[in-house]
Ligand binder design. Structure first.
Ligand SMILES: Cc1ncc(COP(=O)(O)O)c(C=O)c1O
Length: 374
């Protein structure tokens, strides 16, 4: 149970509409993927601007499914930014591929595609730009890098609902784009994921892979090897209810961001992360680069505010120690290769920005931060 005296880091915005929608799926006795999943998928495709898409149980499995569908094989190397959620990298591991980490940009913390050149080897097959913290990577840079080296582009748009690059929704800009509907995402179904794509052959692969190697259910003859990556119609029902209030969710997030901006006005010790060039900003968290970030987090915890750190750099993750040991270059995982990722981790923190956060709560948070620096 959440501590009622703490302002939580995340809180899904679930109302009667979501409860009624899920209950209706149960009342209609249709709980596996069905009419609601179809409608949810149609609306997602329209939003993202793609002709095709399939659900997955969560964002991590959406990424694994997408990697398989674009033809990634065991031993292939995938270029991934050093600052991301661990699921980007473990999705690669799940399909037998090798994640290769590249530093991020200092201002935006999106992948620094210029630095990716040095990471390309004979085994590199894909790049996974991660649209982080509610803004977007330089997808022009990613596209020309991928073209130059003949790589697939699998976008990690797990945090990217309503995020765009040059006015085009992320997740529809590469060979496949993956979303998460976990409870802290702009649009949630509790758990859930989605893979969007433009190419009919990729779509066919996605359908085969997610449904035991068949294009339709009901047959026990399986033309291909596939698995079960399906979702439920109860989740889709919740997703549709969330879709109906997407405008309100977006409006609430930008209002809260504005309250934070006002609260930090003139405070030189903090910098709020905002949109990357050519991209908009639909904040996934209110990310601050702050003086003494880790001590500030402790102060906020004592002031009743739950914070989160910046993502921990992938090259430092204990779970990837073997990757570091096996790497041909024994210096490949040194901090010196990832100065911006290390900087982000040491100086970054995340404040809550869920839609039901009130003005009073934001004022409490910004006052506590001002008090810390006073
Ligand atoms: C950037 C990124 N990639 C992948 C994921 C994995 O999504 P899920 O938690 O739905 O598996 C997340 C989830 O937070 C994420 O933020």
């Amino acid at each position: 149970m959440a501590d009622p005296d703490m302002i939580p880091q995340v809180q899904p915005w679930l109302e009667d509409d979501e409860a009624r929608a899920a209950a209706q799926a149960v009342a209609d006795n249709w709980i596996t993927e069905g009419p609601r999943s179809q409608e949810f998928s149609d609306r997602l495709n329209k939003l993202i601007g793609v002709p095709y898409g399939v659900f997955a149980p969560n964002g991590t499995l959406a990424l694994a499914l997408a990697l398989l569908a674009v033809g990634i094989k065991p031993g292939d190397e995938i270029i991934i930014p050093d600052i991301t959620f661990i699921g980007s990298a473990t999705a690669a591991i799940l399909v037998g591929a090798v994640p290769v980490f590249v530093d991020v940009e200092r201002q935006t913390f999106q992948i620094d595609i210029a630095k990716a050149e040095a990471a390309v080897t004979k085994k590199t097959r894909a790049v996974m730009p991660v649209h982080l913290y509610g803004t977007a990577c330089d997808m022009d840079g990613v596209a020309s890098f991928a073209k130059r080296h003949g790589l697939k582009v699998v976008e990690d748009a797990a945090q990217g609902i309503c995020v765009s690059f040059k006015n085009r929704h992320v997740g529809g800009l590469g060979d496949a784009g993956c979303f998460s509907f976990f409870a802290d995402k702009t649009l949630t179904t509790g758990e859930g994921g989605y893979v969007a794509c433009n190419d009919e052959d990729v779509y066919t692969q996605l359908r085969l892979l997610r449904n035991q190697g068949r294009l339709d259910r009901g047959s026990f003859i399986h033309p291909a090897i596939g698995f079960n990556f399906r979702m439920t119609d109860m989740q889709a029902a919740v997703g549709l209810a969330q879709f109906n209030k997407l405008d309100r969710i977006m409006a609430a997030k930008s209002q809260i961001l504005e309250w934070y901006r006002q609260g930090f006005d003139g405070l030189g010790q903090v910098r709020m992360l905002s949109n990357a060039p050519n991209a908009n900003h639909v904040p996934f968290r209110c990310v601050l680069i702050a003086q003494n970030a880790h001590a500030l987090m402790e102060h906020l915890s004592k002031s009743g505010v739950q914070t989160r750190g910046f993502f921990y750099p992938m090259h430092k993750q204990p779970c990837f120690a073997d990757l570091a040991r096996q790497h041909a270059n024994r210096h490949a995982f040194d901090d010196a290769n990832f100065p911006n990722a290390v900087f982000g981790y040491e100086n970054g923190l995340c404040l809550p920005i869920f839609p039901t956060l009130t003005h009073d709560q934001v004022q409490h948070i910004t006052s506590a931060i001002r008090q810390y620096y006073s």
